[in-house]
Design a protein around this ligand. Structure first.
Ligand code: PLP
Length: 452
């Protein structure tokens, strides 16, 4: 163990329970089971304080795309911290790492994105988008365009604005005071909502909910549509092929801004630099975070397309928004190195032409398991739906907690999968090889065998 004192697992767990308020964790579960203490990691594996080596099927939280233990990234951080550990980019200041990273992101992004606003996280990126959208419409002389339409079961972050934008019921219940001017439409979740409808028909039907909502609110009041190309935390909801073209048509027809929250789907996750390319989406604004630095240091941002950037820059005046750590030099330097490593190591091509096709084929075979109602994947994200009855798609009784049980059994068996209710999801590092994918699918199957 490096850098921290060696302790027995129970000592770590007891200190943890006494002092550490965990995000997204049920405190009763924590008290009962204790937390799993992760002490180190290399490649696609993490190690816990009991000495277990576990295949990280989630790349941390969908972010460690280049895998763990990269000396090159650590050394870039070290050198940058010595050279210039911090300076802000407020009040007409700037610094080389942020400038170079903005330049590279402009080069890698699809469409006409020449401007980037840096943040410390995906949540802050989405807060920034709300500010940008409102500023844009105000400068355009249409300040009444206030409402942003987002989707149920979407995740856009944990700040008050991110939680308001997201469509997660429990977050809304706990937030109570959500940001006004946000409306939600239903999601393109065929397994749950599609019934007997053909997926393409269902895709059109769900996309047209946007048009219905625009007409209900009044087109002159709608500012933007905000969505993840693939809903990640909601359970890897992959829209039918008809969905995004229809959404794009509707946004174009009513002149509303389209924001792609690509915090998960950018930087190779779908076999492209940006997931929008996979679906042929032409967003006006893109949020990113996570994979931009492969999770080595925190960084996020808003890519601002020409339509919005031209108005905001040409009309001048101050955009009264920013974070102390917007464009933090060390975070930018590491992100720059991570993206250059992706270019040098041809990660996008590897994912698109080799890894993802292999993963998609092997993952699909999980549909043959007796308690799996659907296995779906796109690029390097996948989901399986645990059911009691394959023909009716009926779930197990809630008391069984099939998803949580499967998750715990899976980690004990050496694989991190995440449970979203009874949907199990994965998002492996993009540097995995075929052997890792075999191990992932075999271990997922074994966990399902033991779940019910
Ligand atoms: N948007 C999406 C699509 C996400 O998946 C997440 C995090 O998982 C966020 C925003 C929030 O990002 P962060 O946790 O960096 O604030």
């Amino acid at each position: 163990m490096t850098g921290t004192a060696k302790k027995a697992t129970r000592d770590w767990q007891s200190l943890d329970a006494q002092h550490y308020l965990h995000p997204f964790t049920d405190f009763h579960d924590l008290g009962r089971k204790g937390s799993r203490i992760i002490t180190r990691a290399e490649g696609v594996y993490i190690h816990d304080s009991d000495g277990r080596r576990i295949l990280d099927g989630m790349a941390g939280l969908w972010c460690v795309n280049l895998g763990y233990g990269r000396r090159d990234l650590a050394e870039v951080a070290y050198r940058q911290l010595l050279e210039l550990p911090y300076y802000n980019s407020f009040f007409q200041c700037s610094h080389p790492p942020a400038i170079e990273l903005a330049d590279l992101l402009a080069e890698l992004s699809p469409g006409d994105f020449q401007h980037v606003f840096f943040t410390g996280s995906g949540s802050e990126a989405n807060d920034t988008q709300i500010r940008l959208i409102r500023r844009y419409w105000t400068l355009m002389g249409e300040p009444e365009r206030m409402t942003i339409i987002a989707r149920k079961n979407a995740y856009h972050g944990s700040t008050i604005a991110g939680a308001s934008l997201g469509g997660m019921g429990p977050m809304h219940e706990q937030t109570v005071l959500t940001v006004p001017g946000i409306a939600h439409i239903d999601q393109p979740y065929h397994f749950k909502l599609g019934g007997d409808l053909d997926p393409d028909e269902f895709g059109l039907q769900q996309a047209r909910l946007l048009e219905e909502k625009i007409l209900e609110l009044g087109p002159e009041k709608v500012a933007a549509f905000f969505a993840e190309p693939v809903q990640g935390a909601g359970g890897v909801i992959i829209p039918p092929d008809t969905y995004w073209p229809e959404i794009q048509r509707i946004c174009d027809e009513y002149g509303i801004l389209l924001v792609a929250d690509e915090v998960i789907t950018a930087f190779g996750r779908l076999g492209h630099w940006f997931g929008s390319e996979h679906f042929g989406i032409r967003p006006d604004l893109i949020s990113f975070a996570k994979g931009v630095s492969s999770g080595y240091l925190p960084l996020g941002g808003a890519l601002v397309g020409k339509r919005v950037a031209d108005v905001i820059t040409a009309k001048g005046g101050e955009f009264a928004h920013g974070y102390t750590y917007s464009g933090h030099p060390a975070c930018c330097a590491v992100a720059l190195a991570a993206l250059r490593a992706m270019q040098d190591e041809h990660i996008i091509e590897y994912v698109r032409d080799d890894l993802a096709p292999y993963f998609n084929a092997r993952w699909a075979a999980l549909a043959d398991h007796p308690i799996i109602g659907e296995a779906r994947s796109v690029g390097m994200v996948g989901a399986i739906e645990i059911v009691r009855d394959k023909s009716t798609r009926a779930r197990f009784d809630e008391d069984l907690g099939a998803g949580t049980r499967c998750r715990d059994l899976s980690v004990d068996g050496g694989l991190v999968m995440r449970a979203v209710g009874d949907t199990m999801i994965v998002s492996p590092p993009l540097v995995a090889d075929h052997g890792h994918i075999d191990e992932l699918v075999d271990k997922a199957w074994q966990s399902l065998d033991r779940t019910a």
